[in-house]
Write a protein of this length. Structure first.
Length: 186
């Protein structure tokens, strides 16, 4: 893909992730992040050139009621950090998609919706997950279930490169310039 076309695709992905993927779906329609997404696409390169760096921040959390269930906790992260993560994903989407598609058990759909007001990432079909669970129980008699609600605070700086490239490779190449430029260490 030519460099110009790849940059356009990256900007389209960035705009979709920030315009339709930043705010929780539970917010009513008056809440929108479309102007924020446009500013990020237009000014993102300039921000990085002028030193808008990532930093540690805490999300703003709130809870909403759920029908017949306990309340659901939602969070909004700092817009600069969200921009940086979305930009990293958009600039490396081919590698991210290829990595996601390697799974033989995930119900995650790695295709993106870049037009309209739909969320760019399709929600997991939990009915399909339930059917897979029943199929696994029928074949093996048990299954393993995990909850990643508290996943992010438990990530160590080295765990992402290890998961993407393997522990041995990372240990052998951690001081190499090329290794320090990979997706997981940015």
């Amino acid at each position: 893909m030519p460099k110009e076309q790849k940059a356009d695709q990256s900007n389209d992905i960035l705009r979709a992730l920030l315009a339709n993927g930043y705010f929780p779906t539970e917010l009513p329609p008056p809440f929108t992040s479309a102007r924020y997404a446009d500013a990020c696409v237009e000014l993102g390169g300039e921000w990085e050139a002028n030193g808008v760096h990532k930093f540690v921040s805490s999300p703003e959390s709130y809870s909403i009621p759920r029908f017949l269930e306990i309340r659901r906790k939602l969070s909004l992260v700092n817009p600069i950090n969200q921009f940086r993560v979305a930009r990293l994903i958009s600039q490396n989407w081919d590698e991210v998609r290829d990595r996601l598609d390697r799974s033989k058990t995930s119900e995650f759909n790695s295709s993106l919706k870049l037009n309209g007001t739909d969320r760019p990432v399709e929600a997991v079909n939990f009915s399909k997950v339930d059917r897979a669970r029943v199929r696994i129980l029928g074949a093996y008699g048990s299954y393993l279930k995990t909850d990643i609600v508290r996943f992010y605070p438990s990530i160590y700086t080295h765990s992402l490169p290890w998961s993407l490239y393997g522990k041995e490779y990372c240990k052998e190449n951690r001081h190499e310039k090329e290794f320090k430029k990979n997706l997981a260490t940015k």
